[in-house]
Design a protein around this ligand. Structure first.
Ligand code: GLN
Length: 280
């Protein structure tokens, strides 16, 4: 069988299971099977595929047909300017979260040697993207998951920013190290009872710990705001990713802890997604 035929069969299997973008997914999984990029696959679509590779390919197709996200099967996801290593221990970086990076880069355009803290660093996609673009910034990342810290460490090496990054395993409550010019966090903010209504790919495969914001969706944000008000320098900026319906509640929390709300910004789907504030 040639590559093209296998891809079409894979795509058909996915389509029958109502997986959207079945052809694209099939191509990506073929690329993963052969350890090549998608261009190679498209340029060599008439090449014959060996039996053991075909078996490997159908195994991936089967996992995808059961809902496993492509990023977890390929172990990578492109975010901002870089490819990030991901496993199912961390959330898959979202295009919406690129908004947070964009905002921070805009805010820090003329800054020099500032110290950043990422609370709940996960894969590292936010902080490491910034460190890669701002060569004299220093970053600290904390997470309660040791596995996430290992993933961040690998990504920091891949992006060549390790020398400017410190990582700590810590709950936000218990972290008391340093003072920061800018703090960023994409904390878990989904209401507990809504978790099961997220898309199947998300609920079944992504880490609940990174999504579950407790009964009112604010339990982690509350901790992040409180701790940030202690760890941030005067006039420092706190940038938070929030749920589409959390703008006013989070604004109130911030004001109570001595932050001035600079702006809230909308994501690609026109939902409030990011709130920028300054410690006064
Ligand atoms: N935006 C994510 C989602 O919709 C949630 C991320 C989070 O809770 N921090 O799945």
């Amino acid at each position: 069988m040639n590559i093209n035929l296998a891809i079409n069969q894979g795509s058909k299997i996915l389509k029958n299971k109502l997986i959207p973008n079945s052809l694209l997914d099939s191509e990506i999984l073929m690329a993963k099977t052969l350890n090549k990029d998608r261009n190679f696959i498209l340029l060599n679509s008439n090449s014959i595929i060996e039996k053991n590779e075909l078996k490997k390919f159908y195994k991936l197709i089967n996992l995808r047909s059961l809902g496993s996200p492509v990023a977890y099967l390929t172990k990578k996801k492109f975010f901002w300017n870089s490819e990030f290593f991901v496993t199912n221990d961390t959330l898959i970086p979202r295009p919406d979260t690129e908004l947070v990076v964009e905002i921070i880069l805009r805010l820090t355009k003329f800054k020099d040697k500032i110290k950043l803290l990422d609370i709940g660093i996960g894969s590292g996609c936010i902080l490491l993207s910034i460190l890669k673009e701002r060569k004299n910034f220093y970053g600290t990342g904390i997470d309660i998951s040791k596995k996430c810290l290992n993933i961040s460490k690998i990504n920091a090496m891949n992006l060549k920013v390790s020398s400017r990054l410190k990582l700590y395993k810590s709950d936000v409550d218990k972290f008391n190290l340093g003072k920061y010019d800018l703090i960023v966090s994409n904390p878990p903010y989904i209401k507990k009872y809504k978790l099961n209504y997220l898309e199947k790919d998300i609920v079944k495969f992504e880490p609940k710990q990174a999504l579950d914001g407790g009964l009112d969706g604010l339990s982690e944000i509350r901790k992040v705001v409180k701790k940030s008000s202690e760890l941030i320098k005067k006039n420092g900026k706190l940038i938070l990713e929030i749920g589409f319906d959390q703008k006013s509640e989070v604004s109130n929390l911030l004001k109570k802890e001595g932050f001035y709300i600079n702006s809230t910004q909308k994501d690609l789907a026109n939902n409030d997604r990011c709130i920028v504030s300054t410690k006064i």
